[in-house]
Structures are given as structure tokens and as C-alpha cells.
Design a protein around this ligand. Structure first.
Ligand code: HEM
Length: 148
């Protein structure tokens, strides 16, 4: 059972962190250099619209499997330092994602629908910063699991 939970936990992490890395490091610079604001901003609304449901699924999977594994290990009293650190950074990543989803992403969609490109560009810039932070935290969290 524990192997299945760990596998699901890591697959969810790969989907979330890998998706952020691809969006931030590969798609973003090419979209910025090759597309004009209307196409670029519409592209990002489409990309986020497809990526964010996977992030919600990943978060639910990470939480369910993470706490299930902790329960199998014997609860919070016996947890290793690496799990505590992972949990704290994981919660921070989730809060950042919830903020992105309910604030700048919602306003980005509204601004694109209204063809207000300067406002949409400002919201996309906020999302870019926050996803950059979350991507870094995600890679750090994976590294910490194997280093602490
Ligand atoms: C926020 C809630 C989270 C909880 C409660 C949680 C809990 C756990 C637990 C209990 C383990 C097993 C540790 C062990 O066997 O030593 C684990 C493994 C792991 N977690 Fe998390 N985790 C969370 C979030 C995250 C996040 C956000 C990431 C990465 C971005 C992550 C990456 C990993 C990795 C890479 C492993 C190693 C799996 C393995 O060794 O096979 N976790 N997690």
C-alpha cells in the first residue's frame, strides 16, 4: 500500500512541478519573443485553463497521499524533519497557487475577455512571478526530501 501512495504522491508532484517548469522556462520566453500581446495573452488563458485542473488534482492527491503515509508511519509525533519541512513548503506552495487561481488568473481572464491588453499583461506578469516562486519551492522540496 505504502508504495502505491508514494507513487501517487510523486506522480502528482511531477505533474505540478514539471508543468510549472515547462511553462516558466520553455513556453514563456518563446511566447514572449514570438507573439504580440493579444495572441500571447489568449494563449496563456488557454494554457492555464488546461493546466490548472491538473494542479487541483495534484494538490488533492498530494494531500491525501501525504497524510495517509504520515498516518501509516504512526502520526505526527514520529515524523522526520524532512517531512515537516516538506509539509510547510508544500502548504506555502498551495497557498500561492490558490492566490494565483482566485486573484490574478481570474482577473487575467476578465481582462482578456474585455480585450484590455495592458491590464491583462499586468496580471500575467504577477502570475509569472508567483509561478516562478512556486517552481523554485517545488524543486527545493523535492531536493530536501533526499538531502535532509
Ligand atoms: C503539503 C503536504 C505534503 C505532505 C503531508 C507530504 C508528506 C509526505 C510523506 C509522509 C512522504 C514519505 C516520506 C518518506 O518516506 O520518507 C513524502 C514523500 C515525498 N514527497 Fe511529500 N508531502 C507533501 C507535499 C509535497 C510536495 C509539495 C512535494 C514536492 C514538490 C513533495 C515531494 C515528495 C517527494 C519527492 C517524496 C519522496 C517519495 C519517495 O521517497 O518515494 N511532497 N511526502
Amino acid at each position: 500500500m505504502i508504495n502505491i501512495l508514494l507513487m501517487l504522491h510523486v506522480v502528482a508532484v511531477v505533474i505540478w512541478v514539471g508543468g510549472m517548469l515547462f511553462a516558466h522556462m520553455q513556453l514563456r520566453p518563446i511566447a514572449a519573443s514570438q507573439l504580440e500581446p493579444p495572441e500571447r495573452l489568449r494563449l496563456w488563458v488557454g494554457v492555464f485553463g488546461r493546466f490548472f485542473p491538473w494542479v487541483w488534482g495534484s494538490i488533492i492527491t498530494i494531500l491525501v497521499t501525504g497524510f495517509w503515509i504520515i498516518n501509516i508511519y504512526g502520526g505526527f509525533k514520529v515524523l522526520g524533519m524532512h517531512i515537516n519541512v516538506m509539509m510547510v513548503i508544500g502548504f506555502l506552495m498551495m497557498l500561492i497557487f490558490f492566490h494565483v487561481f482566485f486573484a490574478p488568473y481570474r482577473r487575467l481572464k476578465q481582462a482578456v475577455a474585455a480585450e484590455d491588453w495592458p491590464a491583462a499583461g499586468a496580471k500575467l506578469a504577477q502570475i509569472r512571478t508567483l509561478i516562478g516562486i512556486n517552481m523554485t519551492l517545488g524543486v527545493l522540496t523535492i531536493a530536501i526530501r533526499y538531502i535532509i
